[in-house]
Design a protein around this ligand. Structure first.
Ligand SMILES: CC(C)(COP(=O)(O)OP(=O)(O)OC[C@H]1O[C@@H](n2cnc3c(N)ncnc32)[C@H](O[C@H]2O[C@H](COP(=O)(O)OP(=O)(O)OP(=O)(O)O)[C@@H](O)[C@H]2O)[C@@H]1O)[C@@H](O)C(=O)NCCC(=O)NCCS
Ligand code: ADE
Length: 289
């Protein structure tokens, strides 16, 4: 990796995190999500707003990286980066005029940025993910005790969402997204189809609280089933799979539902991919079994 001190670490990881968010935004056609072609299920969001939001977060990710450089995962670090993350949420809200574009992404990419800055060996993405999860498991004593979409979804459905994903070691990165990225590349898909296929795999598996709070269990089950139909029909590179992808998109629009959590995890996957090209990683490292 390409940094020699905390300042460089902040600059490099800040840039890569923003690039990953922009790459996610640019990918099209994403079902139910904002992309350059349409705004999916989001009446209040546009592609330009997503990009502006992403760019505004460079400093946040840079500060998290600098604060984490050569540190150990502990309670103090957890609370330091949480404070930076909350400032980042405020900046995002300021830039978007109060629209929540990237709250989940600040969480997942913030933790992974910290995990990457800590692990100076720099090569082992799996270890970065583990460290990020370890940090997430420390309680943040300064989290405001306010109701969120996530807390209401937990009360209604018992689904732990973004927090649970991080605390349990990001299983949807290690067992779903990264293996799918490797497999799709190995199958010779174009890079945008590789990313689309990875997003569909995430939607097929993730308990996305963004879908749940808008459309309830029916919308989540529908999204998972229809995303699975895409994969079972040969994936996004097959004619039948492409038809199923359009059906998934239509159904999400009908439910006014959006797989925002899957979008965030796709950005996280692209961030990790940038850190270490997973293309050549031994398939056992990110085995689906
Ligand atoms: C721990 C926090 C994530 C806060 O937890 P909480 O559960 O209270 O958070 P939520 O407000 O529910 O936001 C979590 C967002 O995470 C994304 N997400 C959803 N499901 C998953 C999942 N299974 N795994 C991973 N990520 C997931 C999702 O974000 C995307 O959707 C957002 C739009 O959703 P929503 O807010 O529901 O907005 P709309 O549907 O548009 O609302 P309406 O218009 O209908 O009103 C979008 O932002 C995407 O990013 C969830 O929304 C964490 O945030 C926290 O504690 N932060 C404090 C700072 C900190 O500790 N930072 C540490 C490192 S930086
Ligand atoms: N492309 C996207 N559309 C809507 N919400 C998002 N949150 C993160 N990425 C998103």
């Amino acid at each position: 990796m390409t940094w020699n001190n905390a300042k460089e670490c902040g600059e490099v990881l800040g840039d890569w995190a923003v690039q990953a968010l922009i790459a996610e935004a640019e990918l099209a056609p994403k079902p139910g999500l904002v992309d350059p072609e349409d705004t999916g299920s989001h009446a209040d969001m546009t592609f330009d707003l997503l990009v502006a939001s992403a760019v505004s977060l460079r400093e946040t990710f840079g500060q998290i990286a600098k604060a984490s450089y050569f540190r150990e995962p502990d309670q103090q670090l957890r609370e330091e980066i949480a404070a930076i993350g909350r400032q980042g949420e405020k900046k995002m809200m300021h830039v978007t005029g109060g629209i929540n574009t990237h709250k989940g992404a600040i969480w997942v990419l913030g933790l992974l940025t910290s995990g990457a800055a800590l692990n100076q060996s720099g090569q082992d993405v799996k270890r970065m993910i583990q460290t990020a999860s370890e940090i997430a498991c420390y309680p943040d004593r300064f989290t405001p005790n306010l109701p969120t979409h996530g807390s209401s979804v937990f009360a209604r459905f018992g689904v732990k969402g973004a927090r649970g994903e991080a605390e349990s070691g990001f299983p949807h990165l290690t067992k779903v997204a990264l293996p799918k990225l490797v497999e799709a590349r190995r199958n010779g898909l174009s890079e945008s189809l590789v990313r689309l296929e990875t997003l569909v795999a995430l939607i097929a598996h993730l308990d996305d609280t963004c879908i749940l709070h808008r459309g309830g269990l029916a919308a989540l089950q529908m999204a998972k089933q229809k995303a699975n139909d895409v994969l079972e029909s040969g994936g996004v590179s097959a004619t039948e799979g492409w038809i199923k992808l359009e059906e998934l998109n239509q159904s999400l629009l009908e439910h006014n539902a959006s797989p925002g959590g899957s979008a965030d995890l796709l950005a996280a996957t692209l961030f990790l991919d940038q850190i270490q090209s997973v293309r050549y990683v031994d398939e056992k490292v990110f085995s689906t079994t």
